[in-house]
Design a protein around this ligand. Sequence first.
Ligand code: N2P
Length: 348
Amino acid sequence: MKRSIKYFLSIGLIMIIGLLSTGCGSNKATLNVYNWGDYIDPDVIKEFEKEFNVKVNYNTFATNEDMYVSIKKGGTSYDVAFPSDYMIERMIDEGLLEKINKEKIPNLSNIEDRFLDLDFDPNNEYSVPYMWGTVGIIYNKNLVDDVVDSWNILWNEKYSGQILMLDSQRDSIAVALKKLGYSMNSRDRKELEEAKEELIKQKPLVYAYVGDEVKDLMVGEEAALAVVWSGDAVAMIRENENLEYVIPKEGTNLWFDNMVIPKGGKNKELAEEFINFMNRPEIAARNTDYIGYSTTNYKALEYLPEDIVNSKVAYPADEEIGEVEIFKDPKDFLKVYDEIWLEIKAQR
Ligand code: N2P
């Protein structure tokens, strides 16, 4: 009898040690973060985990529309997500976001004023700025001998099979609308129909509709021209000096990606800690340097290398950007955009 008590005690002890060493017995909080692919320095996540003694469950998406569908349908409840302007507007309207307690985000003071209080979230009640940028054309100077200054070049048959388009409905439809001289927020069926026809006409020339793969394809010189977000252009030009980024003269899209707290998360306070952490100047600078995108955090600039701070691609002056539009949520017109995109993608 004496022996068996000892036996059970030692088994119990072994189990407790086992649980402690695998972490199963501890109550580490988990933060579910949902971000674009290639949009953070992975060491920053590790540092947050260490400092706050938590686990970050990090997932990525490729477009605003994909992110919206996952959040809307539930399943994983995300604590922090990174949508863009028009999608933030939609998510606020649909009641999908929590109000952020700004007292918990003192580092909001590091954000440049021009990125605050924008139309999609007038008092930043629901979102805190992360990165911003433009949309343009990156091209390889050795493979393109025409002047690149217009969206039209993406319809030039000479470059058939060497053109990459963004696999993103708002961006690709916007390119066609701007080429035609229309607003990228068009709510006119006829204009949208024309934009659809343009993209269908262009499709035989398009090598692929891509996301993050665009970087490897352009750096590896497998394509001549691509529609890209400016931050990816910065990253690509760092790797291949034959590449150049241009904002077409017909005008472009100015976009803003902010951090939000979707409803249904279980860790609102930790989510706020994370958002605040991301806006520490050195942390914002590390993310900016790692991904190439343009920070909204002006205090981060002093931690960044000269080539980034002085980059005309990342930080263009207003006159270098030219005419811009910010995407708005198409609201009742969204189904038209959805239908058009499906038809374009279905073509071959
Ligand atoms: C990064 C995607 C950037 C998002 N891969 C542009 N809004």
